[in-house]
Structures are given as C-alpha cells and as structure tokens.
Design a protein around this ligand. Structure first.
Ligand SMILES: [Zn+2]
Length: 248
C-alpha cells in the first residue's frame, strides 16, 4: 500500500530584515524561496530530507535574502537574477531571465521584475499539487496581474501613518523613510496590487516582510481580510500554511 503524501505546505523560516526563507514542500518534493536564513534551519524544516529539494529561488542580492546563498549552492540548485550571481559571487547557479518559464522539478517558475533599489524578481510558481502561487517581496509597487491564482505571498512592509509618526517621534530617521518609500510595499499598495489579481480561487493570502518599527500587523491582517474576504496570515518564523490546491 502506498503511503499518501502529506499536503503541500508552506513553512516560513523568516520574513523580515533579519532574514527571509520560505519552504514549499510535501513528502516528495520541495522548493525553497530565499537564502537569508541559515542552511541548518532550512534542513530542519525539510526534516533533513535535502534530496527532495528541486531548487532554491532567490529574489535579490540583499543579505536578508541571499546571505547564505554560498552555503546553499553547495547543497541545492540555485535559480536567481544575474545581479545576485555577480554580487554574491555565486559559481554554481542557474541565471533567470525575466518573463520566461523554467522547470524546477515539477515546479514551473516564471520570474517577473519587481521594483526595489536593486534588481529583484517576483515569482509566479505553478505545481500540480499547489496550483498557482504568486510571490512578491521587496517591491514598492508591482505592475503584473495574474489569472487563476490559488495562493498569494505578498510584501506588506509598512503603514504610511505609522512610519510618519515614527519620523516625527525620532524612532525612524527621515532618510530611512525616504529609502523605504522607494523600495518596500505600503499597506494600501499591497491592497491595490491584490485588487488587480484574479482572487476567485485564492485560498491564502500571506503578508510578508513586515517592518519591525513601521508596520501594524493586526491592522494589516484585518484590513486585507476585510477587503478581500480571504484568510490572511502574517508570515513569521515557524508559520505553516497548507497550500494544497482546493479541488472544489
Ligand atoms: Zn531588499
């Protein structure tokens, strides 16, 4: 008798400037997004079954997304932007071109440009067991819309009012705010970006990369859930979400 594989699952290893890492897996296959969390923690989330990992996608070169890429390339197949390859000095890696399709195991990966202060990719990911997933991080805006999505992982970094209050109260420097405004996604931009996606079949919205000082997790979760009537989770280390495709 064949053992029934566990559902497709998302495990969040980290989702902030302290380090980003996401594992998508069932019993048989896995895809990792970002290499900003130690290899040891990734292995632990995989139950030490590293051979089932089809590949690791890295969105951009910043340390909180790519710090451990040199460790990861010793164990996994890496897929990323040329800027990451050059900046980090990777040698064993697949270079991704925008708006092309790549087969990574049974995952189909379609990178599209995001809008950060270094070259950055968002990823549309398909797999027979999870359907279609959109992953967008570190992008102050996002122009693409996709049909037939089942899961969305999207940055929701800060709230305008919170960051402005923090600048006024000397918690956040105005130069930091100016950089954040041109590199990370504000709550209303997250909502606008979601509003032009096809949400008909979306089972999960996971909000990524919340700022420590300039976010408001409860407000963000409540606002997005109310707007779209879908389950909304805030990504934090240890969060697990079932992302199997809903057959109905
Ligand atoms: Zn970044």
């Amino acid at each position: 008798m064949k053992k029934h594989p566990i559902d497709m699952n998302l495990t969040v290893l980290g989702s902030s400037s302290r380090g980003n890492g996401y594992v998508i897996q069932d019993d048989e296959e896995a895809l990792i997004i970002e290499a900003g969390v130690s290899l040891a923690k990734a292995k632990q989330a995989l139950g030490f079954n590293v051979s089932k990992v089809a590949g690791v996608l890295i969105s951009h070169s910043h340390g909180d997304h790519a710090k451990y890429a040199t460790d990861y390339q010793k164990v996994f197949q890496l897929y990323t932007h040329k800027n990451v390859i050059d900046t980090v000095g990777l040698t064993k890696v697949h270079e991704l071109q925008p708006e092309r399709n790549y087969r990574v195991g049974n995952f189909r990966v379609h990178p599209v440009p995001a809008n950060h202060d270094v070259p950055c990719y968002a990823f549309h990911i398909s797999h027979p067991k999870l359907g279609n997933l959109l992953f967008v991080t570190d992008s102050f805006m996002f122009e693409y819309s996709f049909d037939n999505l089942n899961h969305i992982l999207i940055e929701c970094n800060y709230v305008d009012k919170v960051i402005n209050d923090n600048v006024e109260n000397n918690i956040t420097h105005y130069k930091v705010r100016d950089r954040v405004l041109m590199s990370h996604m504000e709550l209303q931009t997250t909502i606008r970006t979601l509003s032009y996606q096809d949400l008909t079949k979306v089972d999960n919205i996971v909000l990524l990369h919340l700022s420590g000082d300039n976010s408001d997790p409860e407000l963000m979760q409540r606002t997005v859930a109310r707007q779209f009537g879908r389950p909304v989770a805030i990504a934090k280390p240890g969060l697990e979400v079932s992302i199997s495709i809903n057959p109905y």
